[in-house]
Design a protein around this ligand. Structure first.
Ligand SMILES: *Cc1c(COP(=O)(O)O)cnc(C)c1O
Length: 468
């Protein structure tokens, strides 16, 4: 019998065959050549080890293998997923989804030229730091503002500008790690300042700050919002107004790393009270730093609000150039901030706020509808109580009352969750008590149909996908 390896076609022969015509029309030739070589090599190896000859059916079977590989290789690395976890600001899933109008503004800024650093009226160079400032002043009462890459960058800029080579007091109860290796003490040191710890983990008094300042060498007081944890029990903190007074008596600035960036009253979201940036400014903070993509519900950005004099010196710091914000971000942030001019509108149109305010009744209604549609595919599910989370290192321990759809599967929850992940788009769900939970709080309007298709695929519903 002749060696079957001798029947393996050449790359050239395959590419010239009609079976490859559509592939060559859809993918770059060089890529097709490379992938075809790999597939041919695989066929050769499998024949060597005595396996079935997948090439036996001619160019058509090669084309099929090449196409599957091409589709895998050209899938973007960063792609959309359906968040069915009920965690609204899921850091691993990209935090805040944007309002439609903000996404449009970003697409438009990305596609064309803009007046990013151009003063249209005067016909000369302008500043990128002018954008968003009017809105931020109007919405927070700040004298001035500057937007940088994220809140971590904001903190670096603030500390480097106000305290390079000098001491900064921080309460031992606020030396937090935000996540992703971001620790206040390390950022402070990298920004060129010296950390002067005051107080104890659970109690820090005004006199602790006073004593540290009296020892000399302190050029700023830093207050850090406990975004992602709580200290309860025998606790004490110096209030912001008392720290503001102490700072002003000593002629040093009070810096407030607020993080969360809530712009509407928390009771509108039925959430516990959380300080607004405007509260912090009113209480006397000289510079306040917040995130753009946490409770504000905008793009990733760091917003610094404060006095004209200090914001001016931030702009003069050469580091500002290294931490600068991108035009696409500015466009999205401005569109998001515009919505806050009418808080009702913000609650309606900013997905983050909308999801946080979603009620158990509303979620029940949507879950029931989804259950009915899945039942038509022969998939049984039940509605169970389930708590959502705010996420993004905000509102630690706060549970958002709601419901979720629990999917029953004979294959086990782990397998089902994996099948939900390994499709296009991936569906990320939670597992609880051997059930896969689909929490519709974080599933965006318009994703319903795709979600049903993907759940169908994961259950191996006939014709619905690779597991069928
Ligand atoms: C989230 C947070 C940060 C980091 O903000 P990013 O925008 O993620 O860089 C810093 N400080 C506090 C208090 C935070 O909550």
């Amino acid at each position: 019998m002749s060696d079957p390896r001798r029947r393996i076609p050449s790359v050239d022969a395959l590419l010239a065959s009609p079976a490859f015509e559509a592939i060559l029309a859809g993918f770059p030739r060089q890529l097709v050549v490379r992938v075809t070589r790999v597939v041919i090599e695989e066929v050769r190896n499998s024949l060597l080890s005595g396996d079935k000859d997948i090439g036996a059916n001619g160019p058509g079977s090669y084309a099929q293998a090449v196409l599957i590989r091409l589709e895998q290789e050209t899938l973007p690395s960063l792609r959309g997923v359906i968040n069915a976890t009920g965690v609204v600001l899921h850091t691993n899933l990209g935090r805040a989804p944007l309002a439609e109008i903000a996404a449009e503004a970003m697409a438009s800024a990305a596609r064309g030229y803009s007046n990013l650093e151009y003063d249209v009226e005067a016909g000369r160079r302008g500043s990128r730091y002018d954008h968003c400032v009017t809105l931020l002043r109007e919405l927070t009462g700040a004298e001035d503002a500057i937007v940088v890459n994220n809140n971590a960058a904001a903190l670096v800029l603030v500390l480097n500008t106000t305290a390079r080579g000098q001491g900064v007091t921080v309460s031992r109860g606020e030396l937090v790690e935000i996540g992703g290796g971001f620790r206040i003490q390390e950022i402070l040191e990298r920004a060129g300042a010296f950390l002067v710890e005051v107080g104890s983990t659970n109690r820090t008094r005004l006199s602790d700050y006073e004593n540290a300042i009296n020892e000399g060498g302190i050029s700023a007081i830093l207050k850090v919002h406990r975004s992602n944890f709580r200290i309860t029990g025998f606790t004490e903190d110096a209030t912001l107004p008392s720290l503001a007074e102490l700072a002003s008596q000593n002629g040093i600035p009070l810096l407030h790393d607020l993080g969360s960036g809530l712009f509407v009253a928390s009771d509108a979201l039925s959430l516990p009270s959380e300080p607004l940036a405007s509260d912090s400014l009113c209480a006397g903070a000289d510079l306040v730093a917040i995130s753009g993509d946490k409770l504000l519900g905008g793009p990733q950005a760091g917003i610094i609000l404060g006095t004209s004099e200090l914001i001016h010196s931030l702009r003069q710091n050469p580091l500002c150039r290294a931490l600068r914000v991108d035009k696409v971000t500015l466009a999205g942030l401005e569109a998001t901030l515009q919505l806050y001019r009418d808080p009702e509108q913000a609650l309606q149109l900013i997905p983050t706020l909308h999801m946080l305010a979603d009620t158990p009744e509303e979620l029940h209604k949507r879950s029931k509808q989804l259950a009915a549609e899945l039942a038509q595919l022969g998939i049984t599910s039940s509605i169970v109580e389930s708590e959502g989370r705010v996420g993004g290192g905000t509102y630690p321990g706060v549970k958002l009352p709601g419901v979720a759809l629990a999917l029953d599967t004979p294959h086990g929850a782990e397998i089902l969750a994996m099948r939900l992940r390994l499709g296009d788009p991936p569906v990320i769900a939670r597992i609880l008590d051997k059930h896969v939970l689909i929490d519709l709080r974080t599933v965006l309007p318009g994703q319903g149909e795709v979600l049903i298709r993907r759940v169908g695929e994961a259950f191996g519903v006939e014709g619905a996908g690779p597991w069928g």
